[in-house]
Every structure is written in structure tokens, then in C-alpha cells.
Design a protein around this ligand. Structure first.
Ligand SMILES: Cc1cc2nc3c(=O)[nH]c(=O)nc-3n(C[C@H](O)[C@H](O)[C@H](O)COP(=O)(O)O)c2cc1C
Length: 213
């Protein structure tokens, strides 16, 4: 296991009673020539199997969903401060969404592996598995009006209680896994005042070096 992932998993394990330890701020870029940064919190769901890829979930129709998109990799950066550990992880890399399977395709549309996961990776099963791990209330949020839509144009007050009960195997087409493939990790430990940069070389091997905090 890569050193930074072991460090991060160790911190999460020690703080497993603190749900807020799972929140990180994810930055994306919006727009082409007039690019602007956008940032928001998301909740860390898991790593993809035994790989370094971070998984969270989102609504395809959200702004970040549109900024990231399916079947392409876009640059992202996240900042994750685990306060009880006094440690910050800044993770830079590429992201993409895994959405509903294409009607004509055998599996979901997902970029080729770049050495992060096995060729046999079953994204469809992973998506169903992540959907099933959501609470019914969270599942219902993917069945309502698009995020960001003015309440006045939704036609009615949202009443999540009355929305059709989602079924565990009936994944909303709006539901996506957001996959982050890290290429650089910057770990700052404020208790020891040490900062380590981990870099993924083109061979897939990680190197690391200590820098001035
Ligand atoms: C603690 C916390 C955790 C959140 N987790 C998620 C998440 O996992 N996925 C998600 O799409 N939005 C999550 N949100 C909501 C986003 O921060 C954001 O408000 C919403 O997704 C719309 O963002 P966008 O317009 O940039 O797409 C979370 C918000 C908070 C405060």
C-alpha cells in the first residue's frame, strides 16, 4: 500500500467515531477560456478496492457533475483537514464520473485504466454497490428536481417523504460515482511540523520527499 494512503487510512481509522473526518473540499475548474475555480465539500465514501483512487458520489445534474463529466479526465484538487489529527492532505489528480450504463454498451462508460485498477474492473457493479450503501433519504435526493434549480420552478414544495420509494437495485440515472485518480499528495502534519510530497511517476510508482512546511 502506498505510504500516503496508509497514513490517511490510519488517521481515518483513529477518527472513525467522527463523521466530519470524512469531509473534504473538492475544487474543480469551470469554463474554458474564462476558467474559474469552484469548490465544495463532499464526503469520502471509500477507496476503489485496493487502489489509490478515491470514491465519492454525486448527482450527474449538479454543477460539479457537469464540470467533471463522464468518460473524460479533468484536473481536480481536494483539501482534507482531519482536525483531531492536526493533519492536512491536499490531493491533486484527475477525476471522472461513472454514470448510468449506456444502453448500447456492455458496461458503464469509463476511461481506460492508467494502472490504477484492473482491466476487469466492474464499474456497473461498483455503482450499484455504492447506491445501495446510501440511506433511503439520500437515494430519494437523486430522484427529485435537479440540484440548483430555483424552488419556485419545481412546481411544489419538495416533499421527500412522499417521493416514490427508491429500490436498492433500481439505481437513479442521475446517480454517479465520482472517481479521483491522485497524482500528487501533499501531507502536512502540524503536530510534528512536517510536510511530505508524494508524487506518482508515469510508471505508476510513488516517490516521496520532505519539504519545508
Ligand atoms: C459536509 C458536506 C458533505 C457533502 N457531501 C456531498 C457529496 O458527497 N456529494 C455531493 O454531490 N454533494 C455533497 N455535499 C453538497 C455539496 O457541498 C454541494 O452543496 C452540492 O453538491 C452542489 O455543489 P455543485 O453545485 O458544485 O455541484 C456535501 C455538503 C456538505 C456540507
Amino acid at each position: 500500500m502506498t505510504v500516503w494512503r496508509r497514513e490517511l487510512l490510519g488517521a481515518l481509522e483513529r477518527q472513525r467515531g467522527d463523521r466530519s473526518a470524512l469531509f473534504y473540499a473538492l475544487a474543480t475548474v469551470e469554463g474554458g477560456s474564462n476558467a474559474v475555480p469552484r469548490v465544495r465539500y463532499v464526503v469520502h465514501r471509500n477507496f476503489l478496492g485496493n487502489t489509490d483512487c478515491l470514491l465519492t458520489t454525486t448527482d450527474m445534474r449538479s454543477e460539479k457533475g457537469k464540470q467533471i463529466g463522464v468518460a473524460q479526465r479533468v484536473p481536480v484538487e481536494l483539501a482534507w483537514y482531519i482536525s483531531a489529527e492536526r493533519t492536512q492532505f491536499r490531493i491533486r489528480g484527475q477525476a471522472f464520473l461513472v454514470g448510468a450504463p449506456d444502453a448500447t454498451a456492455k458496461d458503464v462508460v469509463a476511461p481506460q485504466t492508467e494502472g490504477f485498477w484492473p482491466e476487469s474492473q466492474n464499474w456497473s457493479a461498483e455503482r450499484v454497490h455504492m447506491w445501495q450503501s446510501l440511506s433511503p433519504a439520500m437515494q430519494r435526493s437523486f430522484l427529485g428536481p435537479p440540484p440548483g434549480m430555483p424552488m419556485s420552478s419545481t412546481g411544489s414544495e419538495p416533499n421527500l417523504e412522499n417521493t416514490t420509494e427508491p429500490r436498492g437495485d433500481n439505481v437513479s440515472p442521475n446517480f454517479a460515482i465520482l472517481v479521483i485518480e491522485p497524482s500528487e499528495v501533499d501531507q502536512l502534519d502540524l503536530s510534528s511540523f512536517r510536510r511530505t510530497i508524494y508524487t506518482r511517476e508515469s510508471t505508476g510508482v510513488w516517490t516521496q520527499g520532505e519539504v519545508v512546511p
